[in-house]
Design a protein around this ligand. Sequence first.
Ligand SMILES: [Zn+2]
Length: 306
Amino acid sequence: MSVVLSVLLLAMCAGAALSQQSQYVDYRAGTLNLIISAPHGGSARPAAIRNRTAGCYVAATRRCEYRHGCTPDKSKCPTATDKDMNTFEAAEKLRQYVYELTGRYPYFVANKLHRTKLDPNRAVNEAAFGEPLAVTTYDFYHAMITAARTALDADPRYASHLLIDLHGQSHTHELTEIGYNLTAAELDAGVYDLQRSSSIRYLANKFGNSNQVVIGNISLGRYLEDAGMNVMPGPREPRVNGRKYFDGGYTVETHNTAHSDAIQIELARSFRLAEAGQFDTNVRNLAEGLVRFLRQHYPENAGAAV
Ligand SMILES: [Zn+2]
């Protein structure tokens, strides 16, 4: 058996074994070099997990501690507990539409716990407040993303892969926000150090670290604009200009490497809360733009054995 196949099988077996340890993570293996993660769309609120509250402020260290049994300080150590409505559903539909467009399923990792119980897009203490079942779920969620990445690293068809971390926000500008771990200040200046701080070092390196990978015709923003979406940043909206904007988070920070990229997509409220037929159209548009972007920048190796 080849080394590559062995690694693939190991990754798949790890997934199968671990899947019995978490009923609160929906993990589905794929065959395309795309990973879709959805941390904030879950609804389950098991009584076995105490609710996340605010962290406690420790004056001596000037730090927040995230655990139960101390005094929560909502002003100094707030936590976000709102669900990103319809993002679990959007992620599932996106998986299906990507399959219809490519003939291959992306990898899929979705948290089924409500955000009052677990926030997988934070470091573990803030994510789970030390609650054992929440910690187990958190570990499994990130282990499945890692298993997907490991499988794709070993897949001879692909030189690189892309993770999309799918979220929703309700900012009044109604633009879907694309996060690369570049701050609003960096975007407004139009000058960024992509190799130091971005979550798309692989793509940036292919284009000489040009800011065009974020705001130009080669950017994901351009592909999503062409698919009918209103996004920021992209060629039409290269700057934040004082508007509310989520620039990235724990997942895209943690799960990118020099040879694989991670991008956060924060779907606009009007995208997520559209009536059923329009919601399907919106997700279909997202799938079309994303697949074109993937094929252009993360193509299958020419002549690779399947
Ligand atoms: Zn979110």
